[in-house]
Design a protein around this ligand. Structure first.
Ligand SMILES: Nc1nc2c(ncn2[C@@H]2O[C@H](COP(=O)(O)OP(=O)(O)OP(=O)(O)O)[C@@H](O)[C@H]2O)c(=O)[nH]1
Ligand SMILES: [Mg+2]
Length: 350
């Protein structure tokens, strides 16, 4: 009897899993706010398999009309600066205010934790058990700093599932801040108190991208250093190039132990979005971001297609370059010509 029930459950689960490969069914489930379906959908867009990509593209196309209604916020900073802790504090406040929060982050277990005084408790554990909160770590080996095409697609899926605030946590490694900026409305850069920018490996250009600079761990013995860092960054920010969105970068202090610091950051985030509403900047910016996503995807697809189609030729060229028998420029041109010849023959299209 028990076995029969288990078998039945297993059959049902298999049926549901199979149906979750169907984009229409997935969209229906997503629209109903089903987080299991959302997880499945994200796994699908993260997949590199050709057959999965086809379904993923259909799924995203179907979700686009229901997307775009969230606040997209990027959070970056060096490993251990306190990104997850910060998101958890903000997330808890937002959750109390009735918001639905999604956090797309790289796999936290893969990065190094520094200055740990709260230990593993900071892995957004409190937030993750709340209702209306969806936390999805992406494997860090998938992409640098957790930013990839699939992150953009996951964001669209979360929006279709009704999440109204989306945090994207990325480890600051230079390129990842630029990538995350190309997919969010607001970019927040977290800085350690006391550590010079050189030490944190943060370039001035990256600082200029930030709508908010937040000095984390502003408590205990670090408070004095944090106040100093605030003054230094405020002075420096006066010399930043004016931002396209006309927002003036602010520098704020944050500590997980100081609820007011968290409230003040939330007020500033809300202030940012109100300001952007007045100028309609978010809509304009998202349109240009989407065009950039198309260009970016197109370039990646061309690269992938050429590399896959002519793998033998590709390796041959690499070998010739190593042996100094051909220049990298001629090799690239040769690869391109071979590709176009083969597509002419096969009637293939990119
Ligand atoms: N004193 C103090 N420590 C903090 C604060 N926020 C975070 N920490 C400590 O910093 C450590 C790292 O915090 P996380 O939130 O995991 O940092 P992260 O930037 O997400 O780290 P990765 O994801 O590993 O890059 C935690 O274990 C905490 O002990 C804070 O406001 N004050
Ligand atoms: Mg983290």
């Amino acid at each position: 009897m028990l076995n029969d029930k288990k078998n039945q459950e297993w059959i049902e689960r298999r049926k549901t899993n199979k149906r979750l490969q169907n984009p229409d069914f997935l969209v229906e489930k997503l629209r109903a706010g089903d987080v299991f379906a959302l997880s499945k959908a994200i796994t699908l867009v993260e997949s590199q398999r050709v057959e999965d990509r086809k379904v993923a593209n259909q799924l995203i196309d179907k979700c686009i009309p229901f997307s775009g209604k969230s606040k997209r916020i990027g959070i970056s900073g060096v490993p251990g600066v306190g990104k997850s802790t910060f998101i958890e504090s903000l997330g808890k406040l937002l959750h109390l205010q009735g918001n639905k929060i999604a956090v797309l982050s790289i796999d936290p277990s893969s990065s190094v934790s520094k200055g740990s005084i709260l230990g593993d408790k900071t892995r957004m554990e409190e937030l993750s058990i709340s209702e209306n909160v969806f936390i999805r770590p992406s494997p860090s080996n998938l992409h640098l700093g957790g930013v990839a095409n699939s992150t953009k697609e996951s964001m669209i899926l979360c929006e279709a599932a009704g999440f109204d605030t989306i945090f994207i946590e990325t480890v600051g490694v230079g390129q990842s801040e630029i990538s995350v900026c190309s997919m969010v409305d607001m970019f927040i850069l977290l800085l350690l108190p006391g550590a010079g920018d050189e030490l944190q490996g943060i370039k001035r250009g990256v600082m200029e991208l930030a709508d908010l600079l937040v000095i984390t761990k502003s408590d205990g013995q670090q408070l004095e250093k944090a106040l100093e860092a605030k003054t230094i960054h405020e002075k420096a920010s006066h010399y930043f190039c004016p931002k396209e969105n006309n927002w003036v970068t602010k520098v704020l202090l944050y500590s997980v132990f100081n609820q007011d610091s968290c409230k003040s950051i939330l007020e500033n985030i809300n202030g940012f979005f109100e300001f952007m509403d007045q100028t309609n900047w978010i809509e304009k910016n998202r349109k240009s971001q989407s065009i950039e996503w198309m260009k970016d995807t197109f370039q990646k697809l061309v690269e992938l297609k050429i590399a896959n189609l002519n793998q033998k030729k590709w390796l041959e060229m690499e070998q010739l370059i190593r042996e100094n028998k051909i220049s990298p420029f001629s090799a690239a041109e040769l690869l391109m010509n071979t590709y176009f010849k083969s597509t002419e023959n096969e009637g293939d299209t990119i």
